[in-house]
Write a protein that binds this ligand. Structure first.
Ligand code: NAG
Ligand code: NAG
Ligand code: NAG
Ligand code: NAG
Ligand code: NAG
Ligand code: NAG
Ligand code: NAG
Ligand code: NAG
Length: 502
């Protein structure tokens, strides 16, 4: 089969090796406008924006290290009980993109600030959004000698530095800090608790695949879970998608085959190939599985509640014709055209409305999260996992060789239950088992205070989303559990400072 393997999924984003360029498969052209519009009314009300003068390199003392850049953070004092009361500070450890996007999708913090009387802070990750060293993207993104300062260890040190300085400015040294994050941000939250226990009392790490590294979790796990997501909804839906790849290939080979595909899927009048169409469809399946939320959402694209079910309904019960291509077209419409505003679909759309692009660098250096193996029964074409695909891509793109073992050397991961049983405390690992990243998550509690919360019906960091009246009981219960655990950490902290042992 000619479908080349997609080489690495980013959390919300993936690259294909096909063109060896940054070819980001994104949603159609209406996407950026629609999203920024729907958020901008909410924006102003949610937080104030601040900047902190941050150090370029925390880990050596050469003159270049002392260069500074402006790091953005968002802050909301509305519900804070104040420094005098030692009221808590909730810090979101920003992930690979514009921090406003993550803040607007982390309703958990806003919803629960009144109960905790918490100060809310969202810190942007270096090299994303507005927090870009070297005066901006043009220099910062130009090559490995500047991108070299983009790493998780630098980001964690940024967070520690900023938090300590902010507490000093607010005379809030006595206020306990809880860190929270989802996805890569959740990995950072968990690692922050392990590396900086003197800066945070505990971490809520939601859908954080800290085990999705070489030799820990199978590179077939990610696509196995997507396969299961579709199969569990409808076996025939799974079989239709599974069988469609060959049909797309075969159609493309026929005379005028590409034009036939273009018409079947209403693809805009520009470049089309079997590969680009297959990647575009894969993207829809992957992200729909990842964001299979129980209520309507608008995280990546506007989607209905339980979008996998909706996709499978479009496939099993088509409205526009019942050949395979027509069925797939209906499914694609769920992900790419739920609002009904798309006039045609652009397979070459490289728009990146949330500024996720530099994840490519991270995925080429330390964040080697193998996800692209496909077993024979995968919903995608079978393909053996092959690490050297990525290494080749990274050498071509940046002239660098990935360090697939660095993350686990720096943060651990092997035998995590043995290691953390006697080290570390106060971490919640949430995972929804419908989320393809959950295979790389911590799914079993490790100790009394390193706790796994698992939702069989849950998707990617669903717990952190704004609560709604339609939230199912299981989701409400999970959030209650998380709030209870965080309350316990705070109680412990206040007890400890009242009764110091030394
Ligand atoms: C789609 O069009 C409707 C009106 O036709 C409009 O209200 C809505 O905001 C549009 N959605 C997007 C995402 O542009
Ligand atoms: C802080 O968040 C609350 C709750 O969402 C909101 O009502 C308030 O306007 C926000 N305050 C600021 C200063 O942004
Ligand atoms: C890398 O980028 C920097 C900043 O744009 C530039 O000064 C330097 O010459 C570049 N190095 C290489 C090897 O291209
Ligand atoms: C703390 O205050 C100083 C002096 O006003 C300021 O430069 C710095 O940015 C503040 N820190 C934070 C985290 O905002
Ligand atoms: C669906 O398939 C049946 C045969 O299985 C055919 O008779 C019918 O015309 C098809 N309907 C549409 C809308 O294409
Ligand atoms: C998007 O959905 C609307 C409403 O269902 C439909 O009229 C339109 O053709 C769709 N766009 C594409 C590109 O399929
Ligand atoms: C698929 O099955 C074939 C034949 O049994 C086997 O040789 C191949 O390794 C399998 N592929 C994968 C990705 O498991
Ligand atoms: C892995 O991919 C490389 C190209 O990146 C290729 O040369 C090599 O043969 C592949 N290995 C296997 C086992 O398929």
């Amino acid at each position: 089969m000619a479908l080349k393997p997609i080489i690495f999924y980013l959390f919300f984003f993936f690259l294909s090796l096909i063109s060896l360029t940054h070819s980001f498969t994104r949603s159609p052209h209406f996407f950026p406008a629609s999203l920024s519009l729907s958020f901008s009314t909410q924006n102003e009300a949610l937080y104030q924006t601040s900047y902190f003068t941050q150090t370029l390199d925390h880990f050596n003392y050469q003159p270049q290290s002392y260069q500074k850049f402006q790091q953005r953070y968002l802050i909301n004092y509305t519900y804070w009980g104040g420094a005098a009361n030692k009221s808590p500070i909730f810090v979101y450890t920003g992930n690979e993109g514009d921090i406003e996007w993550f803040a607007q999708n982390t309703g958990f913090m806003f919803d629960n600030a009144p109960y905790f009387k918490a100060l809310l802070v969202f810190i942007e990750h270096r090299f994303y959004g507005e927090s870009i060293p070297f005066g901006g993207q043009e220099v910062a993104y130009s090559n490995a000698s500047t991108l070299g300062y983009l790493s998780s260890t630098q980001a964690l040190a940024d967070y520690a530095t900023l938090i300590i300085d902010l507490k000093k400015n607010l005379s809030a040294e006595g206020s306990p800090v809880v860190v929270l994050g989802g996805s890569y941000g959740g990995m950072l939250a968990a690692w922050f608790r392990l590396k900086y226990p003197h800066v945070t009392i505990g971490a809520l790490a939601s859908s954080a695949p800290i085990l999705n590294f070489v030799d820990i979790v199978s590179p077939y796990s990610f696509n196995n879970i997507i396969t299961q997501d579709f199969k569990s909804v409808s076996e025939s839906c799974y079989r239709t998608i599974k069988g469609s790849w060959k049909q797309i290939e075969d159609t493309a080979q026929q005379p005028n085959g590409l034009e036939k595909l273009r018409n079947s899927f209403k693809i805009c009048k520009n470049y089309i190939s079997a590969n680009s169409l297959e990647n575009w469809l894969s993207t829809a399946y992957i992200y729909t599985a990842m964001t299979d939320y129980p209520t309507p959402s608008n995280f990546l694209n506007p989607l209905p509640a339980y979008p996998v079910k909706q996709m499978c309904r479009a496939i099993d019960d088509p409205t526009v014709g019942n050949d395979t291509l027509a069925r797939l077209y209906g499914a694609a419409n769920i992900y790419y055209n739920y609002t009904g505003n798309a006039t045609c679909f652009d397979l070459n759309d490289n728009s990146d409305p949330h500024g996720l692009g530099e994840w490519t660098w991270q995925a080429c250096t330390e964040m080697i999260l193998p996800t692209d193996g496909n077993n024979n029964d995968s919903i995608f074409p079978a393909s053996k996992y092959n690490y050297s695909n990525r290494a080749t891509f990274c050498e071509y793109s940046f002239g660098i060789t990935p360090r697939p073992n660095w993350a686990t050397t720096e943060f651990g991961g092997h035998d995590i239950s043995i290691v953390l049983k006697r080290f570390g405390s106060n971490i919640i690992f949430f995972n929804g088992l419908r989320d393809p990243w959950s295979g790389g998550g911590v799914l079993k509690s490790i100790s009394k205070s390193i706790v796994a919360i698992v939702a069989p019906q849950g998707a990617h960091h669903v717990d952190l989303r704004f609560s709604t009246k339609e939230d199912p009981e299981w989701l409400q219960n999970i959030r209650r559990k998380e709030i209870l655990i965080i309350t316990k950490w705070l109680k412990q902290y206040y007890k400890d400072i009242d009764h110091p042992t030394m």
